[in-house]
Design a protein. Structure first.
Length: 171
């Protein structure tokens, strides 16, 4: 139904459509990126791809039918086995477990493909849905944070190294 895909140049139109369609929805719980963000989107998209190519960030889009983007899931500042997590999902899929499932996938990718050991995230106090997603995935609140000029909480998740899950066999 949905697939988490690493950001590519050809995603640009679908990501821009996603941002435009959900701008008012996002502004209810996170800071609005402003008109300039949309006007300069092509340049911004190229810059994201350059950062990704340099290995300092990893950007993913959650893709639905016909290539429509319904979410963005990102790993920022990949340094010394750690990264910051950011994500957003379209209003039309919110509240259906989509963000939780995609964030679980991103955490697995973070561990398996990037060798990350710890992920951090922040959510504003207004963004109760995001706080719920983080805790469902296993993030633990570690203290206060400022998120786009709003009060919130910082979260952390220690990842299991790949291949460390115990296999249980039943006789």
């Amino acid at each position: 139904m949905f697939e988490l895909q690493r950001l590519r140049p050809d995603h640009e139109p679908a990501v821009l459509a996603f941002e435009r369609a959900n701008r008012a929805y996002f502004a209810k719980s996170i800071s609005d990126r402003g008109d300039e963000f949309l006007v300069q989107f092509a340049e911004r998209h190229r810059a994201l791809l350059a950062d990704q190519h340099a290995g300092v960030c990893a950007y993913y889009v959650l893709v639905a039918e016909a290539g429509k983007v319904v979410g963005r899931f990102n790993l920022y500042d990949l340094v010394d086995g750690t990264a910051e997590v950011g994500y957003r999902v379209a209003e039309r899929v919110a509240g259906r477990g989509v963000a939780t499932s995609a964030l679980q996938d991103l955490c697995r990718i973070a561990s398996e493909q990037y060798g990350l050991q710890t992920l951090s995230a922040a959510a504003s106090s207004d963004n109760v849905a995001s706080q719920r997603v983080l805790t469902k995935v296993g993030f633990v609140a570690t203290g206060p944070a400022e998120v786009g000029g709003r009060q919130g909480s910082r979260y952390e998740l220690v990842l299991e190294p790949p291949g460390t899950r115990l296999a249980i066999t039943l006789d």
